[in-house]
Design a protein around this ligand. Structure first.
Ligand SMILES: *Cc1c(COP(=O)(O)O)cnc(C)c1O
Length: 362
């Protein structure tokens, strides 16, 4: 094996006293984490060890010029009791696209899969299996080289942390179409899950919140008329029964849930269109009383219905009933991820049992 992973078990566990009915997503984490270093042109020191703080130099380049990239994925408890990571391969491909855009080293498939497998199997007691619960996995890569200078770093750290999460949140969100600020422009890094894309979105989001909305609905940087995405969710509309979502133009994130929901929609015979959709088109649909559903899709929130869309000061109210396309597709996705429905696209990666841990070796 090219990247052996050391396992150093924690000698205490927060699991026995952890209350999975009141998960505090964000600060709560499992007992272990994965880490590895990129040095001298290769990944090394791969280990699963007790979760702890760590130190880096104030000169570490990630603190200065933004070479930080992350992923967000989930592990689920299947009906048969095993634990599965959802669409591991697709997350790896996207991680490497993000890393390439930021001039950072690729994470090899063997390292990525074995790291997640070993971390999740070590901490698999944290995948409770209670309805709506799962384990959020946050891989990240950042520049640690201690050498000030506006250049590509030569040293990096990769870490993966695991956080219990529940998605009992079934509310709807209010969004405001953003026509002043821009999230990403053509030729930029909008398709990459790199830190800077999020920091730059905080101010417009804060302003939208102060105006009574939950999120902004980003528009294209050139005309501010075509819808892009919202927060950390891709957006979809169902107008007259057709599911429409903005195309992967390079300015929006290539969401794994976007792809999954599109696939499930096609499977069930729903017409789908990946094409630019302007707010004028939305306004026109609302004004002629067409049936309109709107929702965001992403790993953290899964699928969130949009209950209000504000376009240039005027609010419109999409259909948020549970008999629509959105909830049907959400239930189907959830069914596949938890083993209730057949995994016909082979999206579930079943994690090794701790004792028999059989490592992936291509
Ligand atoms: C992560 C993310 C998404 C959703 O991607 P998933 O793979 O479905 O979680 C959408 N937009 C942005 C900006 C994101 O960061």
């Amino acid at each position: 094996m090219k990247y052996p992973i050391q396992l150093q078990r924690s000698n205490s566990s927060a699991l026995p006293s952890y209350d999975f009915t009141s998960i505090n997503f964000g600060p709560d984490h499992t007992d272990h984490l994965f880490c590895a270093d990129f040095k001298d042109g290769q990944w090394q020191n791969a280990a699963v060890k007790p979760f702890s703080e760590f130190s880096i130099s104030p000169l570490a380049l990630c603190l200065h010029y933004g070479q930080t990239v992350f992923e967000g994925m989930k592990a689920f408890r299947l009906q048969d009791g095993s634990v599965s990571i959802f669409r591991i391969q697709k997350h790896l491909e996207r991680l490497n696209r993000s890393l390439q855009r930021m001039c950072m080293p690729d994470v090899p498939e063997e390292l990525f899969i074995n790291a997640l497998d070993k971390l999740v199997s070590t901490d698999q007691g944290w995948v409770s299996g209670l309805p709506g619960n799962s384990l959020y996995l946050r891989p990240m890569v950042f520049a640690t080289e201690a050498r000030l200078g506006v250049t590509e770093a030569k040293e990096y750290k990769m870490m993966i942390v695991a956080l219990p999460i529940s998605n009992y949140y079934n509310g709807t969100v209010k969004v405001k179409v953003e026509t002043e600020y821009t999230r990403a422009a053509k030729g930029g890094a909008g398709f990459a899950k790199c830190g800077g894309n999020y920091g730059g979105a905080f101010l417009p989001t804060r302003l939208a919140k102060e105006a009574g909305f939950d999120q902004v609905l980003w528009t294209d940087s050139e005309t501010h008329t075509f819808i892009e995405e919202s927060g950390t969710m891709n957006v979809m509309f169902v107008i007259d029964g057709t599911l429409i979502t903005p195309p992967l133009s390079g300015t929006i994130l290539d969401g794994v849930n976007r792809d999954s929901i599109l696939t499930l929609a096609k499977d069930s015979g729903i017409q789908t269109e990946e094409r630019p959709v302007s707010y004028h088109e939305l306004e026109a649909a609302f004004n002629r009383n067409a049936p309109v559903e709107a929702f965001g899709v992403g790993t953290a929130a899964v699928l969130t219905q949009i209950g209000e869309i504000n376009i240039l000061g005027r609010s419109y109210f999409p259909d948020c009933s549970s008999s629509g396309v959105a909830i049907k597709l959400r239930n189907e996705l959830q069914g596949i991820r938890t083993g209730l429905l057949p995994d016909r696209h082979h999206w579930n990666y079943v994690v090794s049992q701790p004792d028999t841990a059989q490592m992936f070796n291509p």
